[in-house]
Design a protein around this ligand. Structure first.
Ligand code: SAH
Ligand code: SF4
Ligand code: F3S
Length: 483
């Protein structure tokens, strides 16, 4: 296991080992030599900074990148002072790409000032050949480019850059490999994301994720459990199981396992107090899962269940494989088993061909389900997806109007859903000092809502009973109780 490996004992003059993860430890050791030279010359350690765009998968990948950087010897830095800046990119919507190009342009002058500075790009956007072509042509100052499938090769790519002095590009189309036991650097000491699967096989017609993240692959349950046990012994009490469609977990394993069975095993791990997961695809959410959730003391009463649209016709053209009625029935079943569950969702406005009547169906679902919160997105055309070439793309002004109406509805309902808990006492896991007031801390409730209350850094990572004094729409102001 990685924390038992002493990098300084690795013979870096020998040939690199062929097997993983030993090969990567060899390259980490090799890069360490370069870092030591830097320290001798500059009287300080080089600094690195990883910036994440996109979803929790990417956030978790960034922790893995930081783990490698730490092993190599980089000190943590900011985008202002780092000698090595890595952008872990997202391409789910066009504006995610635009932001990366914008930020990249701003890095260029820094690179002129600091000739040692390196820039790395990785993540979903790099899986798009057009993006890489553009970078090769117009952003020659980038040093390392790699994709989502070979992220575990980070150390090897850094070594290749040091040795060649040239731009290193390594992108794989797909992979069936999962490399275990590499280092990572968690953002929080008390909670962590845990990948249970990678990729996606659903091919929703608007979505680029299956193209940039590849086919669905599940990790072996024993590897997942080992990671969670290790996290628990390291002080982690809340975990978030990550996958694009956790409800289809385990189907492709040699010995298939259901997501519900996996949850039952995870529940047994001592020290884990809260289990969360995302994302659930409605078409695969089983009765077995509802049962396991309802019986569990550790699985949080929160379900993120993206609906995308309320119109059965649009859902069919989105290739979501459920109807409005099936979705509503599922919600009813979940609420019956767990009346206190918090439901959240994702909604896309302006999918090609969406009519006013289709949009009204979406509003109807929002009113019927009464989500605790909803992420609303304007449809973004992604080249290569089936929806990009569909006719009747909806005009911008129409989308804008619908988006505003949807947002208003979602916010009004969420505020009313939030107020229900006002005046009750709930357990919060304290995450950090409040961003707005240094005498307050911010805690997360089981239902995923945040509460701010008076406290100091000594509470971080602790479970505190908090009286929810006042609901502020989508968060609370509370008071620590003596219980
Ligand atoms: N696997 C998850 C979501 C991954 S992407 C799921 O199936 O729910 C997160 C969200 O981004 C999606 O739920 C969807 O609402 C939104 N999204 C994906 N592609 C989009 C596009 N082309 N335009 C707008 N929103 C999109
Ligand atoms: Fe995209 Fe659909 Fe897969 Fe989610 S389930 S990642 S929306 S293709
Ligand atoms: Fe973006 Fe990739 Fe996640 S495209 S949303 S970072 S899987």
């Amino acid at each position: 296991m990685y924390n038992e490996i002493n990098l300084d004992k690795i013979d870096i003059n020998a040939d690199p080992p062929a097997e993983e993860p030993a090969r990567q430890f060899y390259f980490m050791a090799k890069c360490r030599r370069w870092v030591r030279d830097f320290e001798k010359t500059n009287g300080r350690l080089p600094k690195a900074c990883v910036t994440t765009f996109g979803c929790q998968m990417n956030a978790r990948d960034s922790e893995k990148l930081r783990g490698v950087l730490r092993e190599i010897g980089y000190a943590p830095g900011t985008e202002e002072d780092a000698d090595f800046i890595i952008y872990n990119t997202c391409t789910v919507r066009e504006n995610a790409n635009t932001r990366v190009y914008g930020r990249l342009g701003q890095l260029k002058p820094g690179k002129k000032k600091n000739p040692n500075m390196m820039i790395g790009l990785c993540g979903c956007m790099m899986q798009e050949p057009e993006a890489v072509e553009k970078l090769k042509k117009s952003y020659r100052f980038v040093d390392i480019i790699f994709g989502t499938h070979n992220i575990y090769k980070f150390a090897e790519l850094i070594a290749a850059r040091f040795e060649s002095g040239q731009m290193v590009i390594d992108i794989w189309k797909d992979t069936d490999q999962i490399v275990e036991n590499l280092p990572n650097e968690r953002k929080y000491s008390f909670k962590s994301g845990v990948n249970i699967m990678f990729g996606c096989n659903n091919f929703c017609s608007y979505c680029i994720v299956p193209y940039v993240r590849g086919r669905e692959r599940s990790r072996e349950p024993k590897e997942i459990l080992r990671e969670i046990e290790r996290l628990a012994s390291d002080g982690v009490s809340e975990i978030m199981l990550l996958g694009q469609n956790v409800n289809s977990y385990g189907k492709t394993l040699e010995t298939p396992v259901t997501f519900a069975e996996l949850l039952k095993e995870i529940e047994k791990v001592d020290g884990i107090r809260r289990i969360r997961f995302m994302t659930s695809h409605p078409k695969d959410l089983s009765d077995e899962l509802i049962e396991v959730m309802a019986d569990s003391k550790k699985i949080c009463r929160h379900l993120h269940l993206p609906v995308q649209s309320g119109s059965t016709d649009i859902l069919s053209r989105m290739n979501r494989r459920y109807t409005k009625e099936q979705y509503l029935k599922l919600v009813e079943k979940i609420r019956k088993a767990m009346p206190d569950i918090s439901l959240t969702t994702d909604i896309i406005v302006g999918f090609p061909g969406e009519t006013e009547a289709d949009f009204e169906e979406t509003l109807d679902v929002v009113r019927k389900v009464r989500y605790d919160s909803a992420f609303t997105f304007i449809y973004s055309k992604r080249t290569g997806t089936p929806a990009a070439v569909m006719e009747n793309q909806v005009p911008e002004e129409v989308i804008k109007n619908r988006f505003d109406r949807l947002l208003k509805e979602v916010q009004e309902i969420a505020a009313k859903a939030c107020v229900v808990h006002e005046g009750t006492t709930k357990e919060a896991l304290v995450e950090n000092i409040s961003e707005h007031d240094e005498n307050m801390v911010t805690g997360r409730l089981g239902n995923n809502l945040l509460v701010h209350f008076a406290g100091d850094a000594s509470l971080i990572g602790k479970y505190i009973n908090v009286y929810l004094k006042e609901c502020k729409g989508f968060y609370y102001i509370g008071e620590k109780t003596e219980e």
